[in-house]
Design a protein around this ligand. Structure first.
Ligand code: NAD
Ligand code: RBV
Length: 469
């Protein structure tokens, strides 16, 4: 396959390059890893597919993987999350990239497939995934071939969800020209490193069912990922998404945050700091108790509908805000989601309901119910910080992406058996260390006596594996 790209506009490349140059200085972890591995090139000659929001930060990740020797192809993992100037800057360097802001679902899956297809019967050896869509397409393609090879015909499409039907159709079309593609490429796949909570859940489910076809690395559960990106990242980018689209005054509003995990905690803190009254919904008593101890009322969603002005889902679960809920909300309530997938809000049902939809501007829609009540939905229910703004700021993505790079090096070096792996604590601590200087933090050094007393090595790891931070 050629080194072609599919993006919005290559003329945006100089603007993208300016943003990349600024952000590089805010990504000290990635810059340090470039220095450390530029000579030995641990990813030398390895074909790497990325399916991760094509932002400025991701551009710097891509260029790091390339400097370490990787042969990289990229797609975004969401139809709205691409920064077109970042995609253009990457395309300009002759890196195949297939991503633009505002893809249709058909285009989205074609882009994912293009990123996975390096040429006739050449697929990736390593995958950087966010949410698991690249991994899903490979597994579904493989399954389809299994069926075909056994029955000498393709199975009927039984899916009922629009997106699943799109995937099935795409794979069938691809199968006609490339009948044994997935079986040829899978044995050469070393593994995938997964960025986010929802993607890790998918991997765990596959592992339990013995369905995983290659090794997988859980990047999300590094402390320097989920305890920073999910929490502090969302603490800033949620407000960015809401304000860029609606321009609303946050102070004084009542915000309902559904889910009080790492992301929900960041969202709740953020809204509180703006002077909002924050209400939490939770299903887990521990998280509900944490919310209560922070002074947040914990309620059932049904009991917040007449109070809330802004609703944010952050659960990684489905059907958290339903059409029934939306019908009962206050006039001009704002509804958005910051979890990985758009099924947290019943968007399908809303779109099929008798509410009239009107676009205010891209990723900002007004729905008017027959009784005249209006609600606003941001980014069509997809992650609001990436759809309505530009995602997390560079510094926190440097902690996440340093884990990604180390995970890719681990996979390349160790070629582990099929299974789900996590970052060893000493590397997690190393990622934190790479970022301390940038913030002028001065770490205390243990004495030998102190280290012995608390039973750790003087150079770390400083905590047991199950410490929760
Ligand atoms: P988490 O597991 O730490 O938190 C989710 C919380 O939601 C849990 O406490 C769970 O008990 C709760 N929950 C589940 N079902 C619920 C329901 N029906 N009602 C109320 N609460 C419910 O996960 P996380 O790391 O906080 O991630 C949440 C989502 O955000 C995932 O989809 C993740 O992939 C995504 N994420 C997005 C971004 C972003 O930039 N937009 C960043 C990090 C993670
Ligand atoms: N995320 N990426 C960005 N600016 O590139 N912002 C957020 C960015 C990632 C984050 O790591 C989270 O786990 C994932 O998006 C959810 O899809």
């Amino acid at each position: 396959m050629s080194k072609k790209y599919k993006i919005k506009d290559i003329k945006l490349a100089p603007f993208g390059r300016k943003k990349i140059s600024i952000s590089e200085k805010e990504m000290p972890g990635l810059m340090e890893l470039r220095k450390k591995y530029a000579k030995t090139k641990p990813l030398k000659g390895l074909r790497i597919t990325g399916s991760l929001h094509m932002t400025v930060e991701t551009a710097i990740l891509i260029e790091t993987l390339k400097m370490l020797g990787g042969d990289v192809r990229w797609a975004s993992c969401n139809i709205f999350s691409t920064q077109d100037e970042a995609a253009a800057a990457i395309a300009k360097t002759n890196t195949p990239v297939f991503a633009w802001k505002g893809e249709t679902l058909e285009e989205y899956w074609q882009c994912t497939l293009a990123a996975l297809h390096f040429g006739k019967n050449l697929g990736p050896q390593l995958i950087v995934d966010d949410g698991g869509d690249a991994t899903l397409l490979i597994h579904k393609g493989y399954e389809l071939e299994e069926y075909y090879n056994q029955h000498k015909k393709l199975p009927k499409i039984t899916a009922t969800v629009e997106e699943e039907i799109i995937i099935e159709k795409l794979l069938r079309k691809f199968h006609k020209k490339n009948p044994n593609y997935w079986h040829t490429i899978v044995p050469k796949i070393i593994g995938v490193s997964e960025e986010t909570t929802t993607g890790v859940l998918r991997l765990e489910q596959m592992e339990t069912k013995d369905k995983l076809l290659f090794a997988a690395f859980n990047v999300n559960d590094s402390a320097t990922k989920s305890k920073f990106d999910n929490l502090y990242g969302c603490r800033e980018s949620l407000a960015d998404g809401i304000k860029r689209s609606t321009e609303i005054m946050l102070a004084g509003k009542t915000v309902v945050v559904c889910g009080y995990g790492d992301v929900g905690k960041g969202c709740a803190q953020s809204m509180k700091s703006y002077g909002c009254k924050v209400i939490i919904t939770e299903i887990d008593p521990i998280c509900a108790l944490q919310a209560s101890m922070e002074g947040f009322p914990v309620k059932k969603i049904e009991d917040t509908l007449s109070e809330g002005n802004i609703f944010v889902t952050a659960t990684g679960n489905r059907d958290v805000i339903t059409l029934k809920h939306m019908k009962k909300m206050n006039d001009q309530a704002i509804v958005c989601n910051i979890g990985h997938f758009d099924n947290e809000i019943e968007m399908d049902a809303l779109n099929k309901s008798n509410a009239k939809k009107e676009e205010i501007k891209p990723q900002y829609d007004c729905y008017t119910f027959p009784n005249g009540k209006q609600i606003f939905v941001l980014s069509e229910g997809r992650l609001v910080n990436l759809g309505s703004a530009t995602g997390h700021a560079s510094f926190v993505m440097s902690t996440s992406f340093s884990n990604q790079v180390l995970a890719q090096i681990f996979l390349a070096k160790n070629r582990p058996e099929i299974g789900l792996y996590k970052m060893p604590k000493y590397l997690d601590e190393e990622v934190a260390n790479l970022h301390l200087k940038h913030l002028n933090a001065d770490l205390t050094k243990l004495t030998k006596k102190q280290a012995d007393y608390i039973d750790v090595d003087i150079n770390g790891p400083f905590k047991k594996d199950d410490y929760r931070y």
